[in-house]
Design a protein around this ligand. Structure first.
Ligand SMILES: *[C@@H]1O[C@H](CO)[C@@H](O)[C@H](O)[C@H]1NC(C)=O
Ligand SMILES: *[C@@H]1O[C@H](CO)[C@@H](O)[C@H](O)[C@H]1NC(C)=O
Ligand SMILES: *[C@@H]1O[C@H](CO)[C@@H](O)[C@H](O)[C@H]1NC(C)=O
Ligand SMILES: *[C@@H]1O[C@H](CO)[C@@H](O)[C@H](O)[C@H]1NC(C)=O
Ligand SMILES: *[C@@H]1O[C@H](CO)[C@@H](O)[C@H](O)[C@H]1NC(C)=O
Ligand SMILES: *[C@@H]1O[C@H](CO)[C@@H](O)[C@H](O)[C@H]1NC(C)=O
Ligand SMILES: *[C@@H]1O[C@H](CO)[C@@H](O)[C@H](O)[C@H]1NC(C)=O
Ligand SMILES: *[C@@H]1O[C@H](CO)[C@@H](O)[C@H](O)[C@H]1NC(C)=O
Length: 295
């Protein structure tokens, strides 16, 4: 079993790394490359990794390659994507190759509507640029939530995390890193409603192991709190706005505090190569951990 999973990891690492070679020129994006569209067993991040290496522009075609009868693909809303809601998608295609023309700029969300496929990671979110490749205003950042305060019930109440987020620019691909004492805090991803009402029984995801790193994959508002009793009401809550790359220029604060996600901090690489290296590095690390168990 372990060996089987490790083999999958090996294959997927190779697939993802191979994709680095030819991501820019094509107008037809074959989702997942050679892997195609399937449940990404063992590596749920595979479609995020794939998407982060692509440059989607208006007019491009997204091609889902899958086995008829075993898979399908639906374009859905962001809300449906987040919770894997398969009811009433915007459109549904059951025959491969399923093509979607990216006819307007913005965010697109796709899931499989079959069984538990979406929950197991068969889902894709992409951002389509206006026309022509958009400039990358900066490298990707890891933001430490609350900086030195970390993630806890803030002494000053709710204003603490609002102040922290104020003036920061979050773009797709940036990460939030929550530091806390295991067992005394958690990180709950919630909807706006749950955030506002502190309805912490209603979460999209909960993480309990520090540090928790959450990669921001979609534009718009994102809400975080804690499921621990009273923590939300006492102000352990964070709301941020994520923009796409074409967003505004780098603000000085966000440039200084976190480190750049590039091969070198002095000369941040353009987006197209920086995350590729990191993802490959990440996969290779996973891979070596995996191999360490086999050997
Ligand atoms: C779809 O997948 C099949 C089987 O893996 C492969 O032979 C075919 O070339 C793929 N088509 C595209 C357009 O990538
Ligand atoms: C799923 O989507 C359908 C159709 O948009 C909606 O009626 C339903 O309330 C959604 N379910 C959940 C749990 O959000
Ligand atoms: C999907 O796009 C590919 C590549 O352009 C093309 O070969 C194929 O015929 C298209 N399929 C459909 C159903 O439009
Ligand atoms: C970024 O792109 C989106 C979608 O194309 C567009 O609505 C928005 O106005 C753009 N923002 C800037 C600052 O160019
Ligand atoms: C959460 O709790 C509130 C009140 O305690 C209740 O009204 C609501 O239905 C619960 N929501 C869920 C999803 O269980
Ligand atoms: C929290 O727990 C995880 C695994 O459960 C562990 O890897 C991590 O080091 C722990 N963090 C701290 C700060 O103790
Ligand atoms: C996000 O931006 C929108 C539009 O500018 C604004 O209405 C909203 O309050 C912002 N939300 C957060 C959490 O900053
Ligand atoms: C962000 O955190 C991840 C995971 O710890 C790490 O691999 C990556 O190098 C970090 N990026 C930066 C820019 O520090």
């Amino acid at each position: 079993m372990a060996f089987r999973n490790n083999m999958k990891l090996v294959i997927m690492t190779l697939v993802v790394c191979a994709l680095l070679q030819n991501t820019d020129a094509e107008k037809v994006h074959v989702v997942g490359g050679d892997l195609g569209w399937r449940i990404p067993l063992g590596v749920p991040i595979v479609y995020d990794a794939w998407a982060s290496l692509q440059d989607f522009n208006v007019g491009d075609i997204l091609l889902f390659n899958f086995t008829n009868g075993e898979q399908d693909v639906a374009r859905v809303t962001k809300e449906a994507y987040l919770i894997c809601n398969t009811t009433n998608p915007i459109s549904l295609k059951k025959t491969s190759p399923a093509n979607f023309t990216l006819d307007t700029a913005g965010d697109y969300y796709f899931i499989s509507t079959l069984d538990q496929h979406c929950l197991e990671g068969q889902k894709l979110a992409i951002h389509v640029h206006g026309s022509g490749p958009s400039p990358a205003p900066r490298g990707l950042l890891n933001y430490t939530v609350g900086d030195k305060l970390g993630w806890l019930v803030p002494p000053g109440g709710e204003i603490a995390y609002a102040t922290w987020a104020y003036g920061k620019t979050f773009i797709i691909g940036d990460s939030l890193v929550f530091y806390y004492l295991n067992g005394t805090q958690d990180v709950a991803v919630v909807t706006k409603e749950a955030y506002e009402k502190c309805e912490t029984n209603n979460t999209l995801a909960v993480y309990t192991s520090s540090p928790t790193r959450i990669i921001l994959k979609t534009t718009g508002e994102h809400f975080f709190t804690s499921t621990y009793k009273h923590h939300c009401a006492l102000g352990q809550k964070l709301a941020i706005n994520v923009t796409s790359f074409n967003g505004t220029a780098l603000s000085p604060e966000s440039a200084l505090s976190p480190t750049y996600l590039g091969p070198s901090t002095s000369a941040p690489a353009p987006f197209s190569s920086a995350p590729s290296m990191v993802i490959c590095g990440y996969m290779v690390t996973l891979l070596s951990i995996g191999l360490a168990f086999i050997i």
